[in-house]
Design a protein around this ligand. Structure first.
Ligand SMILES: Nc1ncnc2c1ncn2[C@@H]1O[C@H](COP(=O)(O)OP(=O)(O)OP(=O)(O)O)[C@@H](O)[C@H]1O
Length: 215
């Protein structure tokens, strides 16, 4: 299993944010994007997740035993800045929605709702409306979405925003477990995640992009 990006370029509005960006991640490997605000971390994550079309280049996921490449968006969990949960629904209803939505054809390797809640340190409150929870509790349950349906690639944008130190460690542990099972991680972060086996890519934004993309 591997994920390969070749010569990616992306544009936001009129500006090229990055060009000629390539990387290769095999099973169990992590790429952490760093760089100042506006340097293009979220843009790259959104391209890999299939939420933004690249200006140029390709990004392909190859699973075990299949020669055909797939877009990584088809096999990824994407956790953006927002939690992608409905405030009016209970935590259980939100997670149930995501499990059904994400788990359609894959084998059911995800955790049960209660197991996922326990894994993020919040068992016993899944009956509450999501909107009643604190910002940190909401982020923990947004992370629980990654556990209720199996996806080999995790794409996380500032996963530890709004979290206390114990949640930082808890998320790092869950990410390590994902990598140990052969998963792939792409994450943008301003805080070190403390991962053992990771590559770092420092994004520079359009400061480094003055040539045209095709020239
Ligand atoms: N929808 C948009 N339309 C036009 N420009 C955008 C849009 N979204 C982002 N940008 C610009 O693209 C650049 C890269 O933004 P991006 O969100 O990828 O940065 P980032 O490294 O993730 O920043 P942060 O650390 O603040 O989250 C910024 O200059 C931003 O203003």
């Amino acid at each position: 299993m591997h994920l390969t990006a070749e010569n990616l370029a992306a544009r936001r509005g009129d500006d090229l944010i990055f060009v000629n960006l390539s990387f290769h991640l095999a099973a169990g490997e992590a790429l952490v994007l760093t760089g100042r605000n506006g340097s293009g971390k979220s843009t790259l994550l959104r391209v890999v997740a299939g939420l933004l079309r690249p200006e140029k280049g390709t990004v392909v996921f190859h699973g075990d035993g299949s020669r055909e490449g797939r877009h990584p968006g088809e096999v990824s969990h994407y956790l953006g800045h927002r939690n992608a949960m409905k405030n009016e629904l209970t935590v259980a209803e939100n997670l149930d929605f995501w499990r059904t939505f994400l788990d359609e054809t894959e084998t059911s390797a995800g955790l049960s709702l209660e197991e996922a809640a326990e894994a993020v340190g919040l068992s016993g409150i899944t009956h509450l409306p999501f909107g009643y929870l604190s910002a940190g509790q909401q982020r923990r349950f947004a992370f629980a979405k990654l556990l209720v349906a199996h996806r080999p690639v995790w794409i996380l944008d500032e996963p530890t925003a709004a979290l206390d130190a114990s949640a930082d460690r808890l998320f790092a542990g869950l990410i390590e477990a994902h990598l140990a099972k052969g998963g792939i991680l792409l994450a943008a972060t301003h805080q070190p995640l403390g991962l053992k086996n990771m590559q770092e890519l420092k994004m520079t934004g359009f400061a480094g992009v003055d040539q045209g993309v095709w020239g």
